[in-house]
Design a protein around this ligand. Structure first.
Ligand code: NIG
Ligand code: FE
Length: 428
């Protein structure tokens, strides 16, 4: 069935080359006033343009009247969405003035979620992640990158990646990333290089053999993995056929941005502690996007901000994502991240929209299929109850997404509870 979405006040197409937008290109959105979108029955977009022209060109199309502004489906290009319970004790400790790294040292932090994920069965993790994906969908997210990294043993990492695969045929399109090097597990505390060897010699070959991931990521951060260890892991990942990402310069800088560029990673993520040399490197990098996660610094109560303005002015390609995870960013809304991009990071509204659509798609290797409303692209479409697209990064705290289509099919998110009754507090 060919469907014409008609009646929108505007269609934000993000049309253009099938690649990331860099520097000044990020502000060029391509907005059609009074436009329509034609979705073909194969789940792709057949045409986008002024509505009267589309009505003439597709006389047999079923017309669906919509009210608001149409956008390409939003792409959340950095999440840690396979986890068990919320980390409510960490949140309260932070409010009492305890820092992220102190909380981790006291048994909270990433390792609390690791204990929790190791104990849960796949079905339970699947149910929790499924319920959370419905919420992301309701907020307009049609593609989600999901990392492992709360397993930190061969079996538990594979369990997380299997959960992602099993949900992959569900509604949002999932892009799996292996993040075995998210933290050093307790049994390797005195031998972190031994853990690096485990990741390289046992985990990566198995992840490749089972075809469980498209990307490999490492948490490169003082006190977690050094740039040298990150280089060893990512070089091995490349040999195993994975594209590369890096948690770089998140809390304290360690040259992560420069390393990501040197290795030709697809993205360097976080960057709140990036150096001037790192900004310059990303500004000139042919292949590496800067993925910024403003919800994380906000939720952690830190004043550092990723320098989005300087990065874009230096020529970099910037994307925005939620970092959705139970410790540092339990946020699920990309329009909210776009608002923070504008009000906290100095991005223009058009740049913020590019950052959650076309650039986010590029940062998960989907630039030729998603992130634009253009012929041949997936018919992933979001209707937002706005009169003007510039309101997307403006109204915050209310979900104004009113309808979502994935591959041309209308989605009706099932909104149930998103947390489990058993909490990891018992394990802290
Ligand atoms: O992106 N930086 C490392 N990983 C997450 C935090 C995960 C957690 O605290 O559980 C992040 O901020
Ligand atoms: Fe992260």
């Amino acid at each position: 069935m060919t469907t014409l979405l008609a009646g929108a006040t505007q269609v934000v197409t993000c049309r253009g080359p099938a690649r990331a937008r860099r520097g000044g290109e990020m502000a060029d959105l391509d907005v059609i006033d009074g436009g329509g979108v034609v979705m073909a029955d194969d789940g792709t977009i057949a045409a986008v343009g002024p509505e009267p022209e589309l009505r003439q060109a597709f006389p047999g199309a079923t017309v669906e009247e919509v009210e608001g502004v149409l956008f390409p489906g939003f792409v959340d290009c950095h999440t840690h969405a396979v986890f068990g319970a919320a980390r409510l004790a960490d949140h309260e400790r932070r409010a009492r003035g305890v820092g992220y790294k102190e909380i981790a040292a006291a048994g909270g932090g990433i390792l609390a979620s690791v204990r929790d994920v190791r104990e849960r069965g796949s079905d339970e993790l699947k149910a929790l992640m499924g319920a959370r994906l419905e919420r992301l969908l309701a907020a307009g997210t049609t593609t989600v990158e999901v990392k492992s990294g709360y397993g930190l043993s061969l079996d538990a990492e594979l369990k997380q990646l299997d959960v992602i695969r099993s949900l992959g045929s569900g509604r949002p399109t999932l892009v799996p990333t292996f993040l075995g090097a998210h933290e050093v597990p307790p049994d390797y505390r005195d031998n972190p290089d031994g853990y690096v060897e485990l990741v390289v010699n046992e985990m990566l070959p198995e992840v490749e053999r089972r075809g469980l991931a498209r990307f490999c990521d490492v948490f490169c951060e003082p006190g977690v993995f050094t740039p040298a260890q990150s280089r060893v892991i990512l070089s091995a990942a490349r040999r195993h056929g994975l594209a590369l990402k890096l948690h770089a310069d998140e809390l304290d800088g360690s040259g992560g941005a420069e390393l990501a560029v040197e290795l030709g990673a697809v993205s360097a993520d976080h960057l709140a502690a990036i150096s001037p040399r790192g900004i310059e490197a990303l500004g000139r990098a042919p292949a590496t996007l800067a993925v910024l996660l403003p919800g994380t610094m906000l939720f952690l109560g830190r004043s550092a901000r990723a320098p989005a303005r300087q990065l874009i002015d230096a020529g970099a390609a910037v994307a925005l994502a939620t970092d959705f995870n139970p410790g540092s960013s339990p946020g699920m809304s990309l329009p909210l991240m776009a608002m923070m991009g504008v009000s906290q990071l100095g991005m223009l509204p058009a740049e913020a929209v590019t950052a959650i659509t076309v650039n986010a798609a590029a940062s998960v290797g989907e630039a030729s299929r998603r992130g634009q409303l253009a012929p041949g692209f997936a018919a992933d479409v979001v209707l937002v109850a706005l009169a003007d697209w510039r309101e997307l990064p403006y109204w915050y705290g209310a979900n104004l997404v009113s309808r979502v289509w994935i591959a041309g099919a209308a989605c009706h998110p099932r909104l149930g509870p998103i947390n489990s009754k058993s909490s990891p507090e018992s394990t802290q």
